[in-house]
Design a protein around this ligand. Structure first.
Ligand code: G3P
Length: 217
């Protein structure tokens, strides 16, 4: 399973990249707004931090304009993935990008049929939004499960990129259901490693080690 980090905060990306467990980055217009930075500048900086796929989202709503924006974004660096909304115009642009060899991440997916259409349009990634489905009383994991079955039934190569992840349980369940990628906010990434019994156990080991008076080096 691949882990992307879902943020436009380059400090956080650099911190997690250094640990070596990050395979790529996703952004969206809200995360760019939160960063307070110039969009193209921040995407270039992220692409200099990681060689992995970096999703940058178009903001046009018509296919021809999405194509112009997406090509502009793709020119920033070779690892840019153009993120496109799951609309009819977005699917048209996705198909054209695929034919041009530009990688795509079709975002704002909330149903299995939407995901089926994105796969037929040749999307590199599909982004089902788990947390936002949970927010309206649905179960985001049902969508991951359905997409996995559909893509496997027909051998679609589109990768399931679980998005809108709000906590460690989302990550675990996505892994169990066979999502290809999880895009994880930095605070959730930190929560994945945290366990009170690990902290307690380590404190006890270190206290006992101190009593031995020994040193490894
Ligand atoms: O990758 C999409 C993700 O950032 C959306 O997350 O928490 O705003 O629903 P959220």
């Amino acid at each position: 399973m691949q882990f992307f980090v879902d943020t436009a905060d380059t400090g956080e990306i650099a911190r997690l990249q250094k640990i070596g467990l990050i395979d790529g980055v996703t952004t969206n217009p809200s995360l760019i707004m939160k960063s307070g930075r110039d969009f193209k500048e921040v995407i270039a900086e992220i692409c200099a931090i990681t060689d992995g796929p970096v999703s940058a989202e178009v903001t046009a709503t018509q296919a021809d304009k999405m194509l112009i924006e997406g090509r502009t974004l793709a020119r920033i660096a070779g690892n840019v993935v153009v993120k496109i909304p799951l609309t009819m115009a977005g699917l048209e642009a996705c198909k054209a990008f695929t034919e041009e060899g530009i990688k795509t991440n079709v975002t704002l997916c909330f149903s299995a049929n939407q995901g089926l259409l994105a796969a037929k349009a040749g999307a590199t990634y599909i982004s089902p939004f788990l947390g936002r489905l949970d927010d309206i009383g649905m179960d985001g994991m049902d969508l991951i499960e359905a997409l996995r079955v559909i893509y496997d039934n027909y051998g679609f190569e589109t990768q399931i990129l679980a998005a809108s992840i709000r906590g460690p349980k989302h990550v675990q369940e996505c892994a169990m259901l066979g999502a290809d990628v999880a895009t994880i906010p930095p605070n959730v990434f930190d929560a994945l490693v945290a366990h009170p019994l690990t902290d307690k156990g380590l404190a006890a080991f270190l206290a006992d080690w101190g009593k031995t008076g020994q040193s490894i080096t």
